[in-house]
Design a protein around this ligand. Structure first.
Ligand SMILES: Cc1cc2nc3c(=O)[nH]c(=O)nc-3n(C[C@H](O)[C@H](O)[C@H](O)COP(=O)(O)OP(=O)(O)OC[C@H]3O[C@@H](n4cnc5c(N)ncnc54)[C@H](O)[C@@H]3O)c2cc1C
Length: 535
């Protein structure tokens, strides 16, 4: 089913099929549900203040605030019966017990950045457990570790680390508003992935509430479940309350630059070379390429622009030596480079203007929300120049500035970690990952279907150049086009393998085994949750 139809179908299905139970719930259940929550919460008096039903004036603002993809911020999108914003673990436990008791589905939301909105949308009656209030961060500089709660954003984590140390950092996402809960559940990469791997490669303990409402840590959950939650995707195994991470050393001076080259400035040749040198670059260098098209002349001539967006974990002199020897044609000069602290580089990559106070990292909601559809690919062989030129042609068919690709080198630490060490399997052999992007600013359905069709057709063109059997994809770039569990939520292994093998390769089977052990009745489920065997 086409995505647009799927969404329409999804909304209609909710209205038509579920208006009965929904009404019943609306009339009788919220109070009972609330009583149930109070009964099972340690701090019963506070729970009612932490629950929002549609009759609360702040229900919509609580729901909407972290919705990142405007496609799902519409009046017709399915809404939760209620939203619980726990302050204590016992509130999460109560929400699980009561959701089971009342037969409603539960969605877990940390930062709300899921590309397909799975943390706050469902086709069946559902409640949201929103971890917005569980976001404390305790940094232990001596031990070089931190405990971070899932409701924190990565921006908050970076801020709290930088507050205490100039020489410690953490290798997670580029965008500061991304929530730790979903981000770590699916891997989490940023500008230090070639040096230190993914966020999950640096997670050493976690606290999780399971489908029975038990609070577990690494020791009590066991190594299988601890393995699964580090990359097996959010919303399948339990509610991860907090994560213990190993902080990593960062130099007091790092260097950044962004060099932009158009087709007239030999972008095709440079992008082609970038593919060849990537895995050989020192681990201290992160150089991603952002590709987009724009009108370059007065009569609307289109060109492509490649931005080489770079972080070097060291000073400018060392960086210039590296670029001169490994990528001389890029012609990086000292004037192109800026030395700064690691935390300032977080700012730089987030696109904040320099001079803004560090506290902007604490803003939970981004002010640049768009309608979007993204997809991902892994590239294992360099794409020939003719292939690149074919991409440019297709970019010229999409509206100016709406389509982008972000290419990230792998290699370095990523290639040293075995494919099965964690559920995230895209390791040695990957040259780089592509994020395919289309975004737009107008909410009409026709506009949406035009852009979604464009990216789907672009994605089919790319098939010949990217990983095959399976065509690998990044779970944190959630894409329901690659397959879903079925509408009723009863999943089956064969159906789920279609998308599961793309995200996890052979690790999918182990994820299914873990799921079968820890949540055999499939309480935690969504369109791409890991199914237990019995379903
Ligand atoms: C603007 C933007 C920038 C991004 N930049 C990067 C980047 O630089 N690097 C990168 O790797 N990714 C990036 N991503 C993708 C991001 O990592 C994923 O969307 C991630 O899942 C978001 O986590 P969240 O908590 O914000 O999302 P949510 O929507 O809250 O959750 C995502 C999924 O995880 C589940 N979940 C959430 N919290 C928990 C929990 N505590 N326990 C169990 N399950 C949970 C949800 O139910 C849902 O299925 C970006 C996304 C956006 C929109």
């Amino acid at each position: 089913m086409k995505m647009q139809n799927f969404i329409m179908h999804h909304h209609l299905a909710c209205l038509l099929l579920f208006s009965g139970p929904l009404l019943a719930f609306a009339m009788n259940t919220p109070e009972n549900f609330l009583q149930c929550l109070s009964l099972h919460s340690e701090n019963a008096t506070s729970i009612s203040k932490l629950v929002y039903t549609p009759i609360n004036s702040s229900y919509s603002s609580v729901l909407d605030i972290t919705i990142q993809n405007l496609r799902f911020l519409t009046p017709s999108a399915p809404k939760p019966l209620l939203i619980v914003t726990p302050l204590h673990v016992s509130h999460i436990q109560a929400a699980i017990i009561c959701s089971r008791q009342y037969g409603v589905q539960m969605r877990i939301r940390s930062g709300g950045h899921d590309y397909e909105g799975l943390s706050y949308l469902s086709k069946v009656p559902f409640v949201i457990v929103d971890l917005v209030n569980l976001r404390s961060i305790a940094v232990d500089v001596e031990d070089e570790t931190a405990w971070v709660q899932s409701g924190a954003t990565v921006g908050e984590l970076y801020y709290r680390i930088a507050e205490k140390s100039k020489t410690l950092g953490f290798p997670a996402g580029v965008c500061p508003t991304v929530g730790v809960g979903g981000h770590f559940s699916g891997g989490g990469y940023g500008t230090m992935l070639r040096k230190y791997g993914l966020a999950i490669d640096n997670v050493i303990d976690a606290q999780l509430v399971d489908a029975q409402g038990r609070l577990l840590d690494r020791e009590s959950m066991g190594e299988d479940l601890f393995w699964a939650i580090r990359g097996g995707g959010g919303g399948s195994f339990g509610v991860v309350v907090s994560w213990k991470v190993k902080l990593v050393p960062v130099p007091s001076t790092v260097t950044v630059f962004t060099l932009r080259r158009t087709l007239e400035q030999h972008a095709t040749k440079l992008v082609h070379q970038w593919q060849l040198i990537g895995n050989e670059l020192p681990n201290d260098l992160f150089m991603r390429v952002i590709l987009q098209s724009y009108n370059s002349g007065p009569n609307g001539t289109r060109t492509m622009q490649a931005s080489f967006n770079t972080l070097y974990l060291g000073g400018v002199n060392a960086l210039l030596e590296v670029t001169r020897s490994s990528f001389p044609d890029l012609n990086v000069t000292r004037q192109d480079c800026t030395e700064m602290s690691w935390i300032e580089s977080i700012f730089y990559f987030a696109g904040f203007p320099s001079g803004e106070p560090l506290e902007v990292l604490l803003n939970r909601s981004s002010n640049t929300k768009l309608f979007f559809k993204h997809k991902s690919d892994y590239v294992k062989e360099p794409i020939p120049k003719s292939g690149l030129e074919g991409m440019w042609e297709r970019f010229f068919e999409e509206d100016e500035g709406m389509a982008q690709m972000i290419w990230n080198h792998y290699g370095g630490k990523m290639a040293e970690i075995s494919e099965s060490a964690l559920p995230f399997p895209h390791r040695a052999g990957v040259l780089y990952k592509i994020q395919h992007i289309t975004a737009w600013t107008d909410g009409g359905n026709e506009v949406a279907s035009k852009h979604v069709s464009w990216i789907r057709s672009f994605f089919s063109y790319m098939a010949r150049y990217v990983s095959k059997s399976p065509r690998e994809a990044y779970i944190n770039y959630r894409d329901l086009d690659i397959g879903t569990n079925n509408v009723k939520g009863d999943t089956d292994y064969k159906r789920a393998s279609a998308w599961g093998k793309k995200y996890f390769k052979n690790n999918f089977d182990r994820l299914v085994r873990v799921k079968t052990t820890v949540d055999p009745s499939n309480f935690f489920q969504h369109e791409q949750s890991i199914p237990p065997f019995s379903f």
